[in-house]
Design a protein around this ligand. Structure first.
Ligand SMILES: [Cu+2]
Length: 100
């Protein structure tokens, strides 16, 4: 994925919460336990060709950056995809992905 916009965006994919956290910090805490590529041991992320080290629960891209995320899903279902920068999710920057 490439951020072709003028502001930073982030990609999250997770078990859809019954009640949405109130702010970005709340979402980040929620993601620690609900990101679909965690605890996958094979998840890799590169940003502009540079590998990100360690565990990650989001793909954050500055304007113009390109990220490549590769992982093997460990469970089936429909999960939410979204950006949780302030006002982005509330503005509709969300969708779903289904693993069959
Ligand atoms: Cu965004």
């Amino acid at each position: 994925m490439t951020n072709t916009g003028k502001v930073v965006h982030e990609l999250h994919a997770y078990n859809t919460p019954k009640v949405a956290p109130k702010d970005e910090a709340g979402w980040d805490a929620y993601m620690q336990k609900n990101t679909i590529w965690l605890p996958s041991k094979d998840a890799t992320l590169t940003i502009n060709g540079k590998a990100k080290k360690g565990s990650f629960f989001e793909v954050e891209l500055q304007p113009g950056e390109k990220g490549v995320l590769i992982f093997t899903p460990t469970k089936k279902g429909t999960f939410e995809l979204a950006c949780h920068k302030p006002s982005h999710y509330e503005g509709g920057m969300k969708g779903t992905v289904t693993v069959k």
